[in-house]
Write a protein that binds this ligand. Structure first.
Ligand SMILES: *Cc1c(COP(=O)(O)O)cnc(C)c1O
Length: 366
């Protein structure tokens, strides 16, 4: 078997330890301290003792990993990050109430599109005119005092732009899409009203999304909505209002546990810094053979788009990379070029292999 280094943006690489554990449990599940279940974890009821234990452990481990205070509820939901982008408007804004959006890339656009039917979307700041290469200066944001919330995308997965600090938004709660950077460094949850993250980048598999929400905000009446769109109803049912994505939840639990065992977010922050530095140094030190256009202060540690000086070399670069055991590097169609996604499951050795390949390719093509 030869597993490649996978730089895919999402679904993304999972730790090999997690996949091996899952492979064993796929056939017959034996929970910690439990008797053999006699069935796969995928086949067991979500109301049974095995899965209830899986679900509770996942929450305990996630709370410990991220440092989630008791004043915050944690929900495990289907529907992806995109669904939360609509649900936050329905749950926390009165019909037509303003909500402020800071637009720093593709996923900010998606967030606006999903919320627009329900709220008066106000673009408080945007870097779109300059091609999403920076975070707009906080002094230039135009926030509304009557906004239901301020929404940011903590890390723009496609444009490779990341907030490097937490903006202060006064009495209006800050909502953040952390899909592609959660658990990659210490996070002061208390500064946010709500954090959501699709799991398929840093927390596990696709098919499950984590919502971390300040409990008092759930008292807001929001807008008329079915129970299945109501965060309060999901919380009251322990995220089992209907059949939850149990396999995905289980894999998320394994991944979060793995991150704790590796040493937690401080360790991943250190590794992320090292990986990002290695890659940006290679790009910046290539005399223009490779290029990343993002403002240095806003460069993402997780998703690093880069371009070859001559786009006609792209196909050859990708084919050679694949041969060298490096996959998932093709850039998003919105930007073209290349993108290396280096989430927590990507070891430093993977980025070392990538940068060695990049230097080698440059040597033979310039
Ligand atoms: C991947 C991603 C999304 C979309 O997630 P889905 O689970 O496909 O809905 C939203 N925001 C960010 C920042 C992402 O990286």
């Amino acid at each position: 078997m030869s597993r490649a280094y996978n730089f895919s943006p999402g679904p993304a690489a999972l730790p090999e330890d997690v996949l091996r554990r899952a492979q064993a449990d796929m056939l017959e599940y034996v929970g910690p301290g439990q008797a053999a279940a006699g069935a796969s974890i995928v086949e067991l009821s979500h109301r049974g003792p095995e899965f209830l234990d899986v679900a509770q452990r996942a929450e305990v481990d996630l709370r410990a990993l991220i440092g989630i205070p008791d004043a915050y509820a944690v929900l495990f939901l289907a529907g992806g990050a995109t669904t939360q982008q609509a649900l936050i408007a329905l749950n926390f804004a009165a019909m037509g109430q303003p909500a402020d959006y800071v637009l720093t890339g593709h996923w900010g656009h998606t967030a606006i599109k999903q919320a627009r039917p329900y709220v008066d979307v106000r673009i408080a700041a945007s870097s779109e005119a300059e091609g999403f290469k920076a975070i707009p200066d906080r002094a230039d944001w135009r926030l509304s005092a009557d906004a239901a919330y301020v929404h940011i995308t903590a890390n723009e997965t496609i444009h490779g732009v990341e907030f490097r600090d937490t903006p202060e938004t006064g009495d209006v709660p800050l909502f953040a899409d952390f899909s592609s950077s959660i658990a990659s460094e210490p996070l002061d949850v208390g500064r946010y009203g709500l954090i959501y993250a699709g799991a398929q980048k840093n927390l596990g598999p696709v098919g499950i999304t984590v919502v971390i929400v300040r409990r008092d905000l759930l008292e807001r009446s929001g807008q008329p909505r079915a129970g299945i769109f109501d965060y309060r109803a999901h919380l009251a049912a322990d995220s089992m209002l209907n059949t939850p994505p149990s396999w995905n939840w289980y894999l998320l639990g394994l991944t979060v546990k793995w991150m704790r065992d590796e040493g937690g977010v401080e360790v991943f922050a250190e590794r992320s810094r090292a990986k990002a530095r290695l890659l940006y140094d290679t790009i910046d030190g290539s005399d223009g053979f490779y290029r990343n256009d993002v403002d240095v202060a806003a460069r993402s540690r997780m998703n690093i788009p880069f371009f070859l000086h001559d786009a006609r070399l792209d196909a050859e670069f990708l084919a050679g990379a694949r041969e060298a055991g490096l996959i998932g590097l093709k850039g998003h169609r919105v930007l073209g070029g290349m993108r290396a996604s280096i989430y927590n499951a990507m070891p430093v050795a993977g980025v070392e292999a990538l940068t060695a390949y990049m230097r080698d390719f440059q040597q033979h093509r310039s």
